[in-house]
Write a protein of this length. Structure first.
Length: 131
């Protein structure tokens, strides 16, 4: 075998070994993972300042830590929840959008939000797990 073939074969084996090692890592992850917040949540958004409606309630689905709209309202919900429960979310509909942050803890959560659009608004939100 030539030197270049030996190096190519060794590089291929190292690559295969790396893939096998990485493939085995997800099996270790559940033991180290924090609580799962995946499931259906009911979120109420309350306005404290600005000319927005006093309150909204939306169903939110969390899947693999990603937030999404679980209802039929024509809104976009995107964001993430970390293993420690920290939440960052953006909600938008038309030319209006709002960003929120807060924390989930077990079957409930709370935080604050601020928005733009027709008059800046801000307030608080509360969530409870529904499934």
């Amino acid at each position: 075998m030539t030197y270049s073939r030996v190096c190519t074969r060794a590089a291929g084996l190292l690559g295969l070994a790396a893939l096998v090692t990485v493939a085995g890592l997800p099996a270790l992850e559940p033991a180290e993972a924090g609580p799962s917040y995946d499931g259906l949540w009911s979120v109420v958004i309350m306005t404290k300042t600005g000319q927005c409606d006093p309150a909204y309630r939306y169903p939110v689905r969390i899947s693999n830590g990603n937030l999404g709209n679980a209802g039929s309202a024509p809104i976009n919900i995107s964001g993430k929840v970390a293993k420690n429960g920290a939440v960052v979310v953006t909600v938008s509909a038309g030319d209006k959008s709002a960003t929120g942050k807060g924390r989930l803890d077990g079957a409930s959560g709370a935080g604050s939000w601020s928005g733009n659009g027709n008059g800046a608004c801000s307030g608080v939100w509360e969530a409870e797990r529904r499934g």
